[in-house]
Design a protein around this ligand. Structure first.
Ligand code: IPE
Ligand code: IPE
Ligand code: MG
Length: 249
C-alpha cells in the first residue's frame, strides 16, 4: 500500500494547522472506561500528530487542550487533565527538544494552578531557541477572553499616548492578540463530529479552511491528519475574489 503522504503537495502545505481535539470522553465511554482514560489516549494522538507535522514540515501547530469553559467540568476531571499535562511534559519534553520543537502557549496563563504554570514556563524556556515546529498549546484559552484582554491593552496604550485611536487597524489588533507571533492558521481541524468552534481563535480563523471529521480524537491518527491536509490542498481559497482572478495570479 502506498503511503498517503505521497499524495501531499509539499509546495502547498498550510504553514499553520490548528486542531480542536475533541471526543476523548465519548471514546472512553464507548469502551466502558472513565473519561480520563480517553484523555490519556488523547495524549498519544497528540504525540502522533506532532510527529506527523514534523515529518511533512508544518511550521505551526496549535492544539486546543483546555478551554476557559472547561473549568466548569467536574473538579476530578480538571485535576486529571492538569496532572496529565504535567506527565505529558515530563515524558515528552526531552524528545520534543531533540526534535527542535519550540513550545508556546496561548490562554489565561495565570488562571492555571501554580505547579502547571511552573512546568510550562520551564518547557517554554528550555525550547525557546528551537527553530523547528512551533507547538502552540491553547490552555485555559477562550477567544472572547483573548479579544477582551486585547481591547483592554489597546485602550491602556491609547490612554498612555503610545498609540492614537485613529491609528488602530487590523494589524495592530493582530499584534495585541496572544497569537501575535504566529500567522493565522490556514487549516482548522475538529474531530468528534461536532460542527462548532467552541470559542477558539475567532479572529484568527476569518479565512481559515475548516475540516470536520467524525473520528474521535483518540482514534485520529497520522493518516487522518494527512487526509485533512490533502483535502485542504484540493480547495480553492478565494478570499472574496472570483475563481478566474485566482487562476490568473
Ligand atoms: C476533548 O475531549 C478534550 C478536552 C476538552 C479537554 P472531551 O473531554 O471534550 O470529550 P467529549 O467531547 O466529552 O467526548
Ligand atoms: C473544545 O471542546 C475545547 C477543547 C477541545 C479543549 P469541548 O468539548 O469543551 O467543546 P464543547 O463544550 O462541546 O463545545
Ligand atoms: Mg468535547
Amino acid at each position: 500500500m502506498t503511503d498517503i503522504k505521497t499524495k501531499i503537495d509539499s509546495n502547498n502545505l498550510p504553514q499553520h494547522v490548528a486542531i480542536i481535539m475533541d471526543g476523548n470522553g465519548r471514546w472512553a465511554k464507548k469502551k466502558n472506561k472513565l473519561r480520563i482514560f480517553g484523555h490519556q489516549k488523547g495524549v498519544k494522538t497528540v504525540k502522533e500528530i506532532v510527529k506527523a507535522s514534523i515529518e511533512i514540515g508544518i511550521k505551526y501547530l496549535t492544539i486546543y487542550a483546555f478551554s476557559k469553559e472547561n473549568w466548569q467540568r467536574p473538579k476530578t476531571e480538571i485535576e486529571g487533565l492538569m496532572s496529565l499535562l504535567i506527565s505529558a511534559i515530563d515524558g515528552e519534553l526531552g524528545e520534543l527538544h531533540e526534535n527542535n520543537v519550540k513550545i508556546n502557549t496561548i490562554g489565561d496563563f495565570l488562571s492555571l494552578p501554580d505547579y502547571v504554570q511552573k512546568k510550562i514556563s520551564y518547557a517554554i524556556e528550555k525550547t525557546k531557541n528551537n527553530t523547528g515546529l512551533n507547538l502552540i498549546i491553547a490552555l485555559s484559552y477562550g477567544s472572547r477572553h483573548e479579544i477582551t484582554e486585547m481591547t483592554k491593552n489597546l485602550v491602556k496604550e491609547v490612554l498612555a499616548g503610545k498609540i492614537k485611536s485613529e491609528d488602530i487597524n487590523q494589524e495592530i489588533i493582530q499584534q495585541h492578540l496572544m497569537t501575535a507571533a504566529f500567522p493565522d492558521p490556514e487549516l482548522l481541524i475538529r474531530t468528534s463530529g461536532e460542527y462548532r468552534i467552541s470559542n477558539f481563535l475567532l479572529w484568527q480563523i476569518a479565512y481559515t479552511e475548516l475540516y470536520f471529521t467524525d473520528k474521535l480524537w483518540p482514534e485520529f491518527g497520522r493518516e487522518d491528519f494527512f487526509k485533512a491536509i490533502i483535502d485542504f490542498q484540493e480547495r480553492e481559497r478565494r478570499f472574496g475574489k472570483i475563481s478566474e482572478q485566482i487562476n490568473n495570479e
